[in-house]
Ligand binder design. Structure first.
Ligand SMILES: Nc1nc2c(c(=O)[nH]1)N[C@H]1C(S)=C(S)[C@@H](COP(=O)(O)OP(=O)(O)OC[C@H]3O[C@@H](n4cnc5c(=O)[nH]c(N)nc54)[C@H](O)[C@@H]3O)O[C@H]1N2
Ligand SMILES: Nc1nc2c(c(=O)[nH]1)N[C@H]1C(S)=C(S)[C@@H](COP(=O)(O)OP(=O)(O)OC[C@H]3O[C@@H](n4cnc5c(=O)[nH]c(N)nc54)[C@H](O)[C@@H]3O)O[C@H]1N2
Ligand SMILES: [Mo]
Length: 756
């Protein structure tokens, strides 16, 4: 192990060069951040011949993935060289959605953007330009810069998922109560990983609404969890579906979707009332324990069993096993955020690790190196890059700013999606007139009730640009399409959770594609040259690396670098900006009672509330729609709406699948393999039924992100995207009181056989 004075650590000895020759193949070391999409940035060895990718392998020396790859990286060459990649800038001919295009050059494309930006700025003001983005990846901070400095608008990262219910609830809660987002300690702080003598294997891991060996959820990888299981970690799993992990769990809580907060509060009740918490940690390092103790009294395990449909003894057993295991960690997934109680869910679950003294200990939950490195958290949606170019007056026009004080706290520099949707659809409080759509596919994937958005896009917007790798249902209604490079054609860097690594250009750019970085710089220079002073993308990246005290050459040479890691940082003054012991929160402690929430009129303590649509909150409606509807569990071969055109992926996963219990299937006359409609008061969609005892009776689960590249693109078909889209059943406007989280996974529905 080597360490430099700046605090970066790397594997000493045989550092491989970034590129070498093996026979007639060239091997390049890189990381695929992005597209196609994913948040992780694993270490790759890409074998090429000329400008063609021959194969992709995992880099065994990379501390992040240690040679392990998921199916999507193994298919990477198919994505990169796919004949249906967007190849040239395209300008719309005919009506929106007619699928008639003219190939144009980049100069003309940039001119079109500049002309439309100027026109909207003059007629409506710069805030009427919204930049839409999807999940966090390399383009995120670039889009912030383009929107703030280039368009002059505060509306960046318009992530059209109600309540930003991915990652944002976790970021908000942990930023305000812990000072930063902790990860489960699977040894990722050390270059020698599981062999590092400081690390301990968690005795118990709760997997809460997550399926990590399919998803490699943002701060982790599924195979790390498996490594821990091999070393003895016991599992507790909370999921309405049987998963590979739940089948190996010590305790499996097969819950009714949306009741997570009730269970977490009941577990806190058991741990507190039975005195199983860490008295020393609670006394010295937490704020508000007595208030929490009082709050949890009403969440009796027996009562919560009725709400959650999980037997009482499992709730009590899970609380005891977790509290008595030292150390213990929690892998929390996206399911807990896609509920209206996403914020209290995150509070209650994080309090489980806090009061049991599992924070900042080996094998527990560890805070990142981000604060201490005094750099931005690259994964966080909406970076601050360029924000100083906005006046306070313009900033205050950001969608949701006046409604949701959390937006003003600077934790996330992004718009509130439900408010942005209102602006696009209803023009209130002011209209959106131009959409810059980069790395997102709202019609197929993110947007709720997407047909409304389609209508508004077509009729209310003056100009729509889509920057993507592929033609998508959303791109189909654009006025201008910009073809974007894949990760193997770009030069950039990746920084997530303490690892910094080079993204090397493995092959020359294909066709006339440009990287997101090039588009940012070239367009930025045309819009506001002062704010984009760099001569080249290299110059721009060098500037971006300054906070890391790194150069592109250094990163490329030394390979993946980790920021030096240590435990118990709160005792050493390494978590607070003033360098005092404690956590970077208003009270300096882990806030079980969130003082920031109190100040803005939100409940400072966690609570449970029924989902807006449920057997108990809308019993009348439940007679008509008698099943609980959850959705969105990931497939290992797709990333959201991506990879549907890759034949290997479709061979493994040809059609969208809805899981239903045999008892329910029987009752509604459905056989395994039938196409079925899933419907509620807002709409319907069609998927293939998988009749399985692996799902809780009374619950159905559908997949999201489906469209069919093999179907016609022109309207009304739009690659069949509305046929199979669960978002037809899910509303905008049901977000939580903080503006964050939404009841995406907690709807009700009925099912019946489709006619054909
Ligand atoms: N292969 C692949 N990997 C991905 C992605 C992808 O599209 N494909 N997407 C990435 C992104 S952006 C995200 S956010 C992550 C998500 O990653 P994860 O959170 O790990 O996984 P999900 O598959 O979204 O959901 C996990 C489980 O939640 C369960 N679930 C459904 N409703 C509830 C509920 O109410 N309560 C509880 N406790 N569980 C429930 C589902 O049955 C499912 O098994 O994955 C990331 N990784
Ligand atoms: N019903 C339901 N809906 C959901 C979910 C659910 O669980 N249920 N999950 C939600 C969640 S958590 C998320 S994060 C969203 C994800 O939503 P999105 O981020 O929109 O999903 P993707 O399909 O990954 O990406 C959209 C497009 O980005 C392009 N792309 C990928 N990488 C790049 C890049 O580097 N640059 C550029 N310019 N383009 C790129 C892809 O080709 C693709 O067409 O979906 C959400 N939608
Ligand atoms: Mo996500």
């Amino acid at each position: 192990m080597a360490i430099d004075p700046k605090g970066w650590v790397w594997q000493e000895g045989d550092i491989k060069p970034w590129r070498w020759q093996e026979g007639d193949l060239t091997v390049t070391r890189t990381t695929p951040w992005t597209g196609p999409g994913c948040h992780n940035g694993c270490g790759l060895l890409v074998y090429t011949k000329g400008n063609e990718v021959i194969k992709v392998e995992g880099d065994p020396d990379h501390p992040f993935n240690q040679g392990v790859l998921c199916p999507r990286c193994l298919m990477l060459k198919k994505v990169v060289h796919h004949p249906e990649r967007l190849k040239y800038p395209l300008k719309r001919l005919g009506k929106r959605g007619e699928d008639k295009w003219q190939r144009i050059g980049w100069d003309e494309a940039y001119d079109m953007v500049v002309e439309n930006v100027r026109s909207v700025q003059e007629k409506y003001g710069p805030e009427s330009i919204a930049a839409l983005g999807g999940t966090g990846r390399n383009y995120t901070n670039q889009q912030a810069k383009l929107t703030f400095s280039g368009f002059g608008s505060p509306n960046a990262i318009g992530y059209m998922l109600s309540g930003v219910s991915c990652y944002a609830p976790k970021i908000v809660v942990t930023a305000l109560t812990h000072g930063d987002l902790p990860a489960q300690d699977f040894s990722q702080g050390f270059v020698d990983r599981f062999h590092n003598p400081q690390w301990k294997c968690p005795e118990c891991i709760i997997v809460w609404g997550s399926n990590p060996h399919f998803t490699n959820m943002e701060l982790s990888r599924g195979d790390w969890l498996v490594q821990c299981m091999k070393r003895g970690s016991k599992l507790i799993v909370l999921d309405p579906r049987v998963t590979w992990l739940s089948a190996k769990a010590e305790i499996f809580l097969q819950l009714r979707p949306g009741t997570d907060a009730a269970i977490a509060l009941a577990m806190l009740n058991v741990i507190i009332n039975e005195g199983l918490y860490d008295h020393e940690f609670v006394e010295n390092w937490t704020h508000g324990f007595d208030a929490l103790k009082e709050r949890v009294q009403k969440y009796l395990p027996g009562e919560v069993a009725k709400i959650s449909w999980v037997p009482e003894e499992k709730i009590v057993g899970a609380a005891r096993l977790f509290a008595k295991s030292k150390p213990a960690a929690i892998q929390w997934g996206n399911a807990i955020e896609q509920q209206r109680t996403g914020i209290p869910n995150c509070q209650a679950i994080s309090q489980l690790w806090a009061i049991t003294g599992n924070l900042e200990v080996p094998g527990g939950m560890i805070l990142g190196q981000i604060n201490t490195a005094e750099t931005e958290h690259a994964f966080a949606y909406g970076s601050r890059w360029g924000i100083d170019d906005l006046s306070e007056e313009v900033l205050q026009k950001r969608a949701g700013w006046k409604d949701y004080p959390i937006l003003k706290m600077g934790l996330l520099n992004m718009t509130q999606p439900d408010k942005l949707a209102e602006m696009i659809i209803e023009g209130k409080p002011y209209p959106i007139k131009m959409a810059w759509v980069q790395a997102t596919n709202p019609l197929a994937c993110t947007a709720q009730e997407p047909k409304k958005l389609l209508h508004a896009f077509k009729h209310n917007l003056d100009f729509i640009v889509v920057a993507d790798l592929f033609m998508t249902p959303t791109a189909m209604i654009a006025d201008l399409i910009l073809p974007v490079c894949s990760a193997l054609e770009r030069k950039s860097f990746r920084f997530t959770w303490g690892i910094i690594d080079a993204v090397n250009p493995v092959i020359d750019k294909l066709w006339e594609c440009k990287s997101d970085e090039e588009i940012l710089l070239e367009l930025g220079k045309r819009l506001n040259p002062q704010a984009f002073p760099w001569e080249s993308v290299d110059d721009m990246l060098t500037e971006r690396l300054k906070p890391f005290y790194m150069t592109m050459e250094e990163i490329r040479e030394k390979g993946p670098l980790l920021y030096k890691f240590e435990y118990e940082k709160h005792k050493k003054g390494r978590l607070r900006k003033d360098r005092k012991p404690g956590f970077e929160t208003p009270t300096g402690k882990v806030e079980l009672y969130c003082t920031a929430f109190e100040q803005i009129g939100l409940d400072p303590l966690p609570y449970y509330e029924e989902p807006p649509d449920s057997p108990y909150s809308t019993p009348e409606n439940f007679k008509e729609y008698p099943l609980i509807f959850t959705n969105g569990a990931r497939s290992p071969v797709f990333f959201h709406s991506e990879h549907r055109q890759i034949s290997e992926a479709r061979e493994i996963h040809p059609n969208p699948v809805t899981e239903i219990h045999p008892d329910d299937a029987n009752q509604f006359g459905i056989n395994d393999g039938d196409w079925i409609w899933i419907e509620n008061q807002r709409g319907k969609f069609k998927q293939v039924a998988k009749v399985t005892p692996g799902i809780l009776s009374g619950v159905v689960h559908s997949e999201h992100g489906w469209w069919f590249p093999e179907k016609p693109g022109e309207e009304p078909c739009l690659f069949g995207t509305f046929e199979a889209n669960p978002n037809n059943l899910i509303p905008f406007g049901h977000q939580g009181p903080s503006g964050f989280s939404s009841p995406t996974r907690t709807q009700i529905c009925k099912v019946y056989k489709a006619e054909e």
